[in-house]
Every structure is written in structure tokens, then in C-alpha cells.
Design a protein around this ligand. Sequence first.
Ligand code: GLC
Length: 426
Amino acid sequence: MNNRKSVGLFVSMAFGAALAGASVAHAATLSISCGAVGQEFEFCKTGTEAWAKKTGNEVKLISTPNSATERLALYQQLLAAGAADVDVFQIDVVWPGTLANHLTDLTPYAKDAVKEHFPAIIKNNTVDGKLVAMPWFTDAGLLYYRKDLLAKHGAQPPQTWQELAETAKKIQDAERAAGNDKMWGFVWQGRAYEGLTCNALEWVASYNGGTVVDESGKITINNPQAVAAINNAAGWVKTISPEGVLNYTEEESRGVFQSGNAAFMRNWPYAWPLAQGPESAIKDKVGVSALPKGGADGRSAATLGGWQLAVSKYSKNQELAADLVMYLTSAEEQKRRAVKGAYNPTIESLYKDQEILAAAPFMGELYDTFVNAVARPSTVTGANYNQASNQFWNAVHGVLSGRAKADASLAQLEASLKRMSRGGKW
Ligand code: GLC
């Protein structure tokens, strides 16, 4: 009896679905891989749902690991197997050279939209004349600080790393003495992964120590400024930063800062609306500035980050997938994401939009930081980028954790990058 009932139910559901299907010609189900750091997944969901509703299709979301490095490994596995089950990939700004062979040329779909985006990102996403991904949002490393604690302890936002370390120590000591024994001075991303490459590039570039590999392919990392920058950062561990920072990605740092247990944090823009959210212990107590300089002769350097949307060459729904990408990267959707999620637009004109500037004031105040952000050497190293970056973050991690000396470690790194690139030819 029970069985028959359920068979009847199944049949009528299937019949209903067939009827509903008939009214929407060629409805398809696409799948998209979305990041899940902070609110990323939620924003991807609402954006794709709006497109699905508008076009009568369906979109499945595939969530990915938070670490960019783990995410790349997953994508490489899927793409190497020629998997057709992910139509749209969210790819990092440093991956076009690595993944280009698996991605569709979006030029015929993008048309005039290309002109709206920052030319440098379009150039970054163009490999051998093919536009392999559309820019979705851009990123730059920022310094978050506790306005209330700086005021309480008579300090200003730091201009140099030296000032940051001094202020961080002063606040940490005073707050611990006042009863918060969980207080730390500075949290950042020190795990051995792509995020450490981003942090360490900022330190090195801020001391005028270059970008590891320069635009011509030459390996520049073995220099005294780079050694000084990395030694300086190693001095933070266990003094103003917990030892655990050596295993932190973005979300672990945000967790400590947002629960009120750090004076400073290095992170990307996404952390802003969360720090200001209803659940946050530090709502209205947060300031955002450019990162400190490497000494009086140094400069403030932010690593250029950001994410793009690409269509897999193996997708069975090329046109629809490209349509979804064009919708998600459009000005309207980028504005929604900027206002509510502080995802920095890649469309230049949106930086004059009053609603965006009111919701995330740093996008206007720190405009120069975003447009002058320092690129990782992914264009010149091409398909070797991830391997080169892996060598760099491991060399730095060794120094931070006290296993190696900076000068020896960078000399070794230089030698291994030379081997990898056959003498800088890449
Ligand atoms: C951010 C950046 C990305 C970078 C990653 C490292 O997501 O946008 O470019 O590779 O952080 O953790």
C-alpha cells in the first residue's frame, strides 16, 4: 500500500516536471565553482539565482576550499580529466597562464564590455590573444586597525612596519595587563600557501626589494632589502603575532581580529562588511589604511589580487555559460556586490558611484592603492607560476618558523628558480 502510494507520487511529480519543462524551451542546468571565503558563496548564490530566474535556467553551485592553493589543485584535477561537469570556474588573477589551455576564448561574447574594465586586468586575462576570463572583482592587501584602541593608547595609524610593531606591542601589553590575555598585536596570513606569497611580496616590495621575478623574467629575490623585509616579519612571530599565524589563511586572521583579539590585521577588502556586521565584536571600531612602508625610504605596497570568471572548454553549454559570466561580471551585479559585500569592482566607472563609496569608503580613499597594487610575477612565469610561488612561500615560511636564515634561504630560492626557468627564460 505504502509502496503504491509513493510510486503514484513519483509518477505525478515526474509528469509535473515534464510539463513545467515544456514551457521553458531548452532550459539547462549549469554549474559554477564559487569561492567560499567570508560571504563569497552567499553572493555567488544570489547572483546566479537572479540570472537563473531571468533566463529560465538552473545553476548549481560547487563550493571550493578556502585556500587558493588547494582550490587550484582541485581545478587542475578536474580540468586534466576533461570534466564537463563544471561549466564556469572562478579563477584567481594569477592563474590565466596556468589554465588557459582549458578555457574558452570569451572575446566573441564580451564585445564592448571589455572596454569597461581596468585595461591591466583584461591584459592579465588575455593569453596568446585569447580572453580566457572576465574580471569579476579585484583585491589589494589592506591594513585594518582598531580605531578605539589606537585612540585609547594615544597612537596613530602606523606609516612604517617599525611603527606598526611598536604600536602593536604597546596595545598588546596594555590590553593584556588590563585583563584580555588573548590580545595580540598583528594578525596576517602565514600558512605555507599562496596567501603567504601575497603577504611576503608586500613586505619585500615595501622595502624596494622587487617582485621576486621582474617583468623580463630575471630572478631578483636574492637582495639585501628582501632579506631585511623577511627578517623583519620573522621578528613578529611570538612577539606581536601568535605562533599560530604560521598556519593562518584569511579566515583565521579575520576570526581573531573580528572577535576583538588583535589590534591590527592584514587582509583583503571582503573583511570590511563582516567586521562591520551585526555579529561583529568590533563594529564601528575599525579603520582601514594602506599597508605600512618598509622604513623611511620604503613605500607602501599592496599585492594585487582578485578573481575572474572563465568558461571551461569542456562545458557542453558554451553560450549559456558565457551568458552567465557576462551577467555576473556586469556593472549592475558588480555594484550589488560592492555595496553589500565590499568586492572591489573591476569596472573603473563604479569607483565614482556614490552608493558604493558610502558603503565601502576605502574604495574611494584608497583608490591609488588599488590601481597601483603590485602584481605577482604570474604573466612572465606563465604555467610555472604556481611552482615558483610555492618555492617562494616555502622559503619565507622556513624563515618565519625559525628553521632557516633569510639570506641563505633567498640565495637557495634564487638558485632553484634559476633551474626552474632555465636561467630566467621561463
Ligand atoms: C585573495 C586574492 C587572491 C589571492 C588569495 C591568496 O583571494 O584575491 O588573488 O591569490 O587571496 O590567499
